[in-house]
Design a protein around this ligand. Structure first.
Ligand SMILES: *Cc1c(COP(=O)(O)O)cnc(C)c1O
Length: 407
């Protein structure tokens, strides 16, 4: 069954042209309904979604347990500010703590806000010892607010917004020598995605995160993992860092945290978290009961449906599909990088015509860094829709006229 919007896509687009700031590159499609890994547009056209909700809809569109949990909550109490206690926030904090490193939670509404909190906490913790420097990685992505943007070591995002927040230093992802040379007694913390998302699905070399932990410990700096994209079970473990023999002092999670309801969280070891006293940091909507109920229902869905194991099944299936295509078109596919349902296919050419052609054929995917096809499919993607989407992708990649990059 499909449901149309009241306006046509064309009418909605012209309203945007007049009234909505054009700071996004949008495809001329207006989505009105979703179910699992399918979405429909205002004209009733159906798409297979291999990038549901930009990574937020990890258990698909409108997962039934989440819909039910937030519907019940909305009928009972919509918002509770942080001047009062509320059951759902405490339960969600416990659920996250028990599935990670036993820390305490600060809730907010987005990934950037979670990273702002992490950066502020690291500095507040380090101040007595004169530690203010924050070290981050090239090709990392941490959000668009000023500190999160300053932490994002990609110059293209800084252009026009300088000066950045002072005190950030950038080093190459995966390079322990570089890390050892900048992490010192003035360093408050190191912020890194255990698996880089926007940077092109970059998986760290063996021993790298463990080595970084050791360097941080020796220098007395905090290690902070940005799990905004790779966390919540996407890689087959609750958090991306759990694939490695390492634990952070602080981690941040958003995107899939509450199945698409705006939510972010910073988790910190108790001894570090203690530094935040009443009045030092806050968020009006952070930890609201709708988001927390949605988050609890997301965890319940992943556990009761066995979806962490499904991540590995899908990882192997995607690897098989792309390896076969690479075998036939080695000049087109440079590298395949996959962990769970974080899928990166590094091309030797611009990926945007491939995204556009998939859209023409009713498949939603994404490209990042210009030349990397990125898929962040749902953990409960069915065999049928996997096959349908992959056969479109295969056709598009096989038909693609090879046109290598200039640089
Ligand atoms: C998306 C993303 C962010 C920013 O999250 P917002 O909710 O857009 O502020 C931060 N870090 C990583 C790794 C991300 O993928």
């Amino acid at each position: 069954m499909s449901q149309a919007a009241l306006l046509s896509s064309a009418e909605i687009i012209s309203q945007f042209d007049r009234y909505v700031i054009a700071n996004y590159r949008r495809y001329p499609v207006c989505l009105v309904r979703g179910e699992g890994s399918l979405v429909w547009d205002a004209e009733g056209r159906r798409y297979v979604d291999f990038f549901p909700g930009w990574g937020c809809n990890l258990v698909g569109h409108c997962p039934p347990r989440v819909v039910e949990a937030i519907t019940e909550q909305i009928k009972t109490l919509i918002h509770v500010p942080n001047t009062w206690y509320m059951e759902a926030q405490g339960q969600f904090a416990q659920a996250l703590s028990e599935r990670s490193f036993g820390g305490k939670a600060f809730f907010c509404n987005s990934g950037a806000e979670a990273n702002e909190a992490a950066i502020k906490l690291a500095r507040a913790y380090g101040h007595p010892q004169g530690r203010t420097k924050i070290v981050t990685m090239h090709h990392g992505f941490h959000g668009r607010t000023y500190a999160a943007l300053s932490a994002t070591a990609q110059p293209k995002y800084h252009v026009g917004f300088e000066p950045m927040v002072p005190g950030f230093e950038y080093i190459p992802f995966g390079d322990l020598d570089a890390a050892a040379s900048v992490i010192d007694s003035t360093t408050a913390g190191v912020l890194i995605e255990p698996i880089q998302g926007e940077g092109g699905i970059n998986i760290p070399p063996d021993g790298y995160l463990e080595g970084l932990r050791k360097i941080c410990d020796e220098a007395g700096a905090l290690l902070m993992f940005d799990e905004v994209q790779c966390g919540m079970g996407r890689t087959g473990k609750w958090f991306g860092y759990q694939h490695f023999n390492v634990e952070p002092d602080i981690m941040t999670v958003a995107k899939a945290l509450a199945s698409g309801v705006a939510a972010g969280v910073m988790m910190a070891r108790s001894e570090v978290a203690e530094v935040l006293k009443p009045g030092m940091h806050a968020s009006t909507y952070g930890g609201n009961p709708i988001a927390c109920r949605a988050g609890l229902a997301t965890i319940e869905t992943i556990e009761e449906d066995g979806l962490l194991d499904q991540a590995k099944v899908l990882e192997d299936k995607f690897r098989k599909v792309f390896t076969e295509i690479q075998h036939e078109r080695p000049e087109l596919i440079k590298e395949i990088r996959i962990r769970g349902v974080m899928v990166g296919v590094d091309l030797t050419c611009d990926a945007s015509p491939i995204v556009a052609e998939c859209l023409n054929r009713n498949l939603l995917i994404n490209a990042t860094q210009g030349h990397v096809i990125r898929l962040l499919p749902a953990l409960n993607l069915s065999d049928e829709l996997f096959d349908e989407g992959c056969s479109i992708l295969r056709d598009v990649l096989m038909d693609h006229k090879f046109d290598p990059d200039q640089g």
